[in-house]
Design a protein. Structure first.
Length: 184
């Protein structure tokens, strides 16, 4: 018999090599959801930072900067992912991989849309900037809870653990609210 030596199977990063509890393997389909968390945190930080005391309130300008910053961050994030996994091959194939890496960042931009919409409505309705910031930060904090819980359930956590993960994501939103109050 001509037996080939068995190659060691690569160890999944979430599974320990020896002993200890193992985590379920991550689901590739859930990767896009992490962009939602990034985009929501980005929108919260921008919402808190864009309007300063004593300056004119410009919600349309602020909305455009949230979108431009999200798009730029998504492009940079996708490009860096592409470069860190860069493979040799025909240029056409590499461009296709780059395009896919950039396209996969759409959730980061989409997650900023509630903040953009709020700013546009605030501009049309003439809402008070402090109220808009408070509502926006509260909305984004609730969205962080939802994103964290949803992603955790999607990748295989039980409901109780997923809700705790959602609460952990909520603390990021609360930290931005506290920073906004302290800095301003």
């Amino acid at each position: 018999m001509n037996e080939q030596p068995q190659q060691p199977q690569p160890q999944h990063p979430s599974r320990p090599a020896t002993g200890g509890p193992s985590l379920p393997p991550p689901r590739r389909g859930a990767d896009w959801m992490f962009g939602g968390v990034y985009g929501t945190v980005l929108a919260s930080g921008l919402l808190a930072a864009l309007h300063q005391n004593g300056e004119d309130y410009t919600p349309f300008y602020d909305a455009s900067w949230v979108l431009v910053t999200a798009a730029t961050a998504a492009l940079a994030h996708g490009y860096s992912h592409h470069m860190t996994t860069h493979q040799r091959g025909p240029a056409r194939h590499l461009w296709r991989l780059l395009t896919r890496a950039l396209w996969n960042e759409w959730p980061m931009i989409a997650a900023t849309l509630p903040t953009v919409l709020l700013l546009v409505i605030a501009g049309l309705a003439g809402w008070d900037p402090y109220g808009v910031t408070a509502v926006g930060l509260g909305l984004n904090t609730a969205l962080l809870f939802a994103w964290g819980s949803f992603v955790a359930i999607r990748v295989g956590y039980r409901l109780s653990s997923a809700l705790l993960i959602g609460l952990a994501d909520t603390t990021i939103g609360l930290a931005i609210i506290v920073a906004n109050a302290v800095i301003k």
